[in-house]
Design a protein around this ligand. Structure first.
Ligand SMILES: Nc1ncnc2c1ncn2[C@@H]1O[C@H](COP(=O)(O)OP(=O)(O)O)[C@@H](O)[C@H]1O
Ligand SMILES: [Mg+2]
Length: 384
């Protein structure tokens, strides 16, 4: 049974953002939640992903570049419901930056100069934080166009998973920073220019001639977009904090990822961002806690010969005993892991109604069927 908390989010929110450490299943969860929303509600849903595995991207029919939104064919899922519509897009950082510059450049000339500036090319395609910012920025843009009822956003694989939360604000800070003014100063004023000339000459020699000139030119050009940018960055922050938006923190049930999740939950709270749910991905199934099964497994281990007695006619009793004790021990090992998982979860300070689990699939999650299995099995976590 899909957890109540998830059902409500699917119906009530306009934006869901998956967040968490690298590799825990953010992209998978975003796609699974988006699919579930399209199957179970009548909403028009967009999954905006960042780094889907090739096969997942193929399964959803996503184009590789250029921020193209494609409709996902749900014909094969008709038996599941498919009341709504699902669209998918892969975020193209470079294209998004170019669109942003085009929007805020005061005129054609500045626009072209920025797009041609080598520093700009570097920042927009490589600078990690630029991915963070542009993901939030693109979200804001799509949200305001109002074409979708629900946008499920995947977040970039940041060095620090918290970074993107602060990206809009950092962008605003950056544009009003002293550093920016300092770098561009010599180019703005003759007087300072003379005073700093030796510094720039040395810097040019170390960093390569032209480097600082290009940096300065870039920032001067960028400053012409200053106001548009700051207003925009603040608006993006506001949207993330609004009631329309909730975060899905994704974690896997091991010690380190769980501590990271805890840190993340705190970071959301500090920033007044809404926690929608904590998704414990690759979580072990509840049947590992079945008292009768545990009892049976113990008896397999303790006395396999007795357990097997009279049950498997013609079997070699030695082989049978070792198979049974092996099975029993494996079950008990998993039951132990299950208990550890639960005690890790119990240490989190979180509203337990918001904790859901996603099953560990034997196969990679790379088609709609597997995504649906994850989506439909976002169950409430049972606390002991
Ligand atoms: N519940 C799951 N069961 C099985 N495989 C999973 C599960 N969740 C994620 N995976 C696989 O793990 C890999 C990493 O998942 P992904 O969603 O890309 O992580 P992230 O976006 O957090 O880096 C992918 O190959 C994905 O198919
Ligand atoms: Mg990812």
């Amino acid at each position: 049974m899909t957890a109540k908390v998830i059902e409500r989010l699917l119906h009530e929110k306009s934006i869901l953002v998956t967040a968490g450490a690298g590799g825990v299943g953010k992209t998978t969860t975003a796609a699974a939640v988006g699919l579930l929303a399209a199957l179970e509600t009548r909403r028009k849903v967009l999954v905006l992903t960042v780094d889907p595995a090739r096969r997942l991207a193929d399964a959803m029919g996503m184009a590789n570049f250029g921020n193209v939104v494609t409709k996902v064919d749900l014909t094969a899922m008709a038996h599941q419901g498919a009341h709504g519509e699902l669209y998918a897009a892969m975020l193209d950082t470079k294209a998004s930056w170019d669109e942003l510059v085009s929007r805020y450049a005061p005129n054609m000339r500045v626009r072209q100069e920025i797009l041609a500036n080598p520093i700009y090319a570097n920042i927009s395609s490589r600078f990690v934080q630029s991915h963070d910012y542009i993901a939030m920025e693109s979200l804001y843009d799509i949200y305001n166009r109002g074409e979708f009822d629900l946008i499920v956003v995947d977040t970039p694989p940041s060095r620090n998973a918290i970074d993107f939360l602060d990206a809009p604000e950092r962008m605003a800070d950056f544009f009003s920073s002293k550093l920016l003014r300092w770098i561009t100063a010599p180019y703005r004023s003759r007087l300072v220019s003379t005073a700093f000339k030796p510094f720039y000459q040395v810097a040019d020699r170390i960093l390569g001639s032209q480097f600082l000139a290009e940096v300065a030119e870039f920032f001067m050009l960028f400053q012409s977009m200053y106001e548009g940018f700051i207003n925009r960055a603040n608006a993006v922050s506001g949207l993330l904090r609004s009631d329309a938006c909730a975060f899905l923190v994704v974690a896997s049930p091991e010690y380190v990822p769980m501590r990271e999740a805890e840190y993340f939950l705190g970071a959301l709270k500090d920033r007044s961002l809404n926690l929608g749910a904590l998704v414990v991905n690759r979580s072990l199934p509840d049947f590992l806690n079945d008292p009768l099964a545990i009892q049976a497994a113990r008896s397999f281990v303790a006395d396999p010969a007795k357990t097997a007695q009279g049950k498997f006619k013609g079997a070699d009793s030695k082989v049978l005993s070792s198979v049974l004790s092996e099975i029993g021990q494996t079950y008990l090992d998993f039951a132990g892991l299950y208990a550890e998982e639960k005690s890790l979860l119990a240490t989190l300070s979180i509203d337990r109604a918001k904790v859901v689990r996603a099953p560990y699939l034997e196969t990679d999650v790379a088609d709609l069927g597997a995504l649906a299995r994850i989506g439909y099995n976002l169950d409430p976590v049972k606390f002991p």
